[in-house]
Each structure stands twice: as structure tokens, then as C-alpha cells.
Design a protein around this ligand. Structure first.
Ligand code: SAM
Length: 261
């Protein structure tokens, strides 16, 4: 379980006051994502609820990298459209699959569990840029529009709705700052301990938040070596699944267990 020195609950108002501060922090975040040594967890102004029956989904190792095209516009590097550019830059196309993150986000956001208000969502990129996704956010359904939204986010560090609600924002590392004390954290990989999705859901404690870490990349896997806060690696099929199918299976089983229809 994740241990925290102090309960940081009821800090919403502080959090709002601090948004300008956070924005400058976010700029630092791009240059210095792993250098948080001087941060004290006690000072994190984040509303954290330690109550049960809530799920925090972390989509890790997402491929989100922008590149300037010959026309001088920025685009999200992706293996389908930028193949000649990748050859020129000697990059492996398997490292540029932002479509995996797109599909996974749609699966989480569309899930009844999310619609019931029980989900929080974070994305961490391969380069350790951490993004908070408002669960009410409507992510574009076409990849082209998703791609331009991500380019805008990576350049501006936040996206607000027309009525100023924060939809997406780059936040400070590490992700454990946003995991409430006592949460139970599971990582997902084909190589984890095999459970049927429903038997996995019946093991979940009812009184603390559940953290689910899934990969948003094409190659490599989520591991406890890379994410020390993960307590157990779980597999929900004998077969390698796409990220979105894995999410649908896991969240579907939790919905069944918690009676979210
Ligand atoms: C596109 S897959 C990544 C493929 C990668 N080669 C791997 O094996 O993890 C995206 C994510 O789906 C999840 N996933 C895929 N198959 C799974 C399985 N059988 N059980 C649990 N999670 C799975 C993992 O979190 C994985 O990182």
C-alpha cells in the first residue's frame, strides 16, 4: 500500500489559488521531469480522497512526441503518417504509437465506471511528462483531432473547456503525489499473475482507492522495477491484449462486482 506522511484532503481551494504557480511548475516539468528531489510530499496541494470504491487509472509509457513538419507545423509523431521522417531520424516506428493511448483513453472515459464518477485518470509519457485528464473530458474520437489536441496540450501545458473548466493539464511528477495514502496498486501485463477479470475484481478492497497501471506503448511492458509503488502484477488473459481490450475487461469486471450497470 502507498504510505503518505499526512492526509492532504480538502485542499481544493488551495489548489485553485495555486494554479498559476502550478503552471510555471509545469513548464519546469517538461525540462526537468525526474528532478523532484527538493519537493516535499507534505506540501502537495492536491485534494486526495482515501475513501474506497474509486479507481485511479494510470496509462504509462505513452508515446506522445511532437515534431515540426516541413511546412513548419507541429504534429504528433506517429508510425503511420511519419514513416519517412522516422527513417530519416533513425527512429523505431514501434516507439511512436500514440493511437494506443487514444484508444485506451476512449475505453476509460466511455466506461460506465467513469460515467458513475468513480475514475481518475493520469497519463505518463515515455519521457515522463505527467498529464491529468478530467474524467468528464470528451476526447476527440478521430485520431487526427486527438493528435492536434495533444500537440496543443504539450505546447500550452493545459487545455480548458469553453467555460474555463480544466480538461487536460501537465502536472508535476511523480505520479505517486496523486495516489492517496493506503491505495492498493496493481500493474497489468501479460506476464503478471493470471486471474479471470471477475475473480480479480472480487479481491479488491472496498475501503481504499484502487490504482490500475496499464501500458500505453506497443513494446516493452509495465513492471514493478519501473514503478516501485505497484504491489502486484496481474494478467487478465492468457493472451496478449490490446490496451483498450485489457481496460474493458478490467473495468467491466469491477463494474459487475460493484453493481455499476
Ligand atoms: C498494447 S499492450 C502493450 C503490449 C506490450 N508488448 C506488453 O506485453 O505489455 C498495452 C497494455 O495492455 C495491458 N495488457 C495487455 N495484455 C494483457 C494481459 N494479458 N493481461 C493484463 N494486461 C494486459 C498491459 O498493461 C499492456 O502494457
Amino acid at each position: 500500500m502507498v504510505k503518505r506522511k499526512r492526509d492532504d484532503s480538502n485542499k481544493d481551494s488551495d489548489n485553485n489559488k495555486d494554479s498559476s504557480n502550478k503552471d510555471s511548475n509545469n513548464k519546469d516539468n517538461n525540462n526537468n521531469n525526474n528532478n523532484n528531489d527538493d519537493d516535499n510530499d507534505d506540501d502537495i496541494r492536491k485534494s486526495l480522497s482515501s475513501s474506497g470504491r474509486q479507481v485511479i487509472v494510470i496509462l504509462d509509457k505513452a508515446n506522445l512526441e511532437t515534431v515540426k513538419t516541413k511546412k513548419g507545423e507541429y504534429t504528433l509523431l506517429n508510425s503511420e503518417e511519419n514513416i519517412s521522417l522516422m527513417r530519416r531520424l533513425k527512429k523505431d516506428p514501434n516507439d511512436y504509437r500514440p493511437d494506443i493511448l487514444h484508444q485506451e483513453l476512449l475505453s476509460v472515459l466511455d466506461s460506465p465506471l467513469n460515467k458513475a464518477g468513480k475514475v481518475k485518470i493520469y497519463v505518463r509519457t515515455e519521457k515522463s511528462i505527467l498529464i491529468e485528464i478530467n474524467p468528464k473530458c470528451r476526447i476527440p474520437r478521430t485520431f487526427r483531432r486527438f493528435s492536434s489536441l495533444m500537440v496543443q496540450l504539450l505546447h500550452q501545458l493545459k487545455i480548458r473547456s469553453s467555460d474555463s473548466e480544466m480538461l487536460l493539464r501537465v502536472i508535476k511528477n511523480p505520479v505517486t503525489r496523486y495516489i492517496p495514502a493506503g491505495s492498493k496498486c496493481y500493474g497489468f501485463s501479460q506476464h503478471g499473475t493470471l486471474y479471470s477479470p471477475f475473480s480479480f475484481s472480487t479481491l479488491l478492497p472496498d475501503d481504499v482507492p484502487i490504482v490500475l497501471v496499464l501500458g500505453a506503448m506497443a513494446k516493452g511492458s509495465i513492471s514493478r522495477e519501473d514503478n516501485a509503488y505497484i504491489e502486484e502484477m496481474v494478467s487478465v488473459s492468457e493472451y496478449p491484449l490490446s490496451g483498450s481490450v485489457a481496460i474493458n475487461r478490467i473495468l467491466g469486471a469491477i463494474e459487475q462486482h460493484w453493481g455499476v450497470i
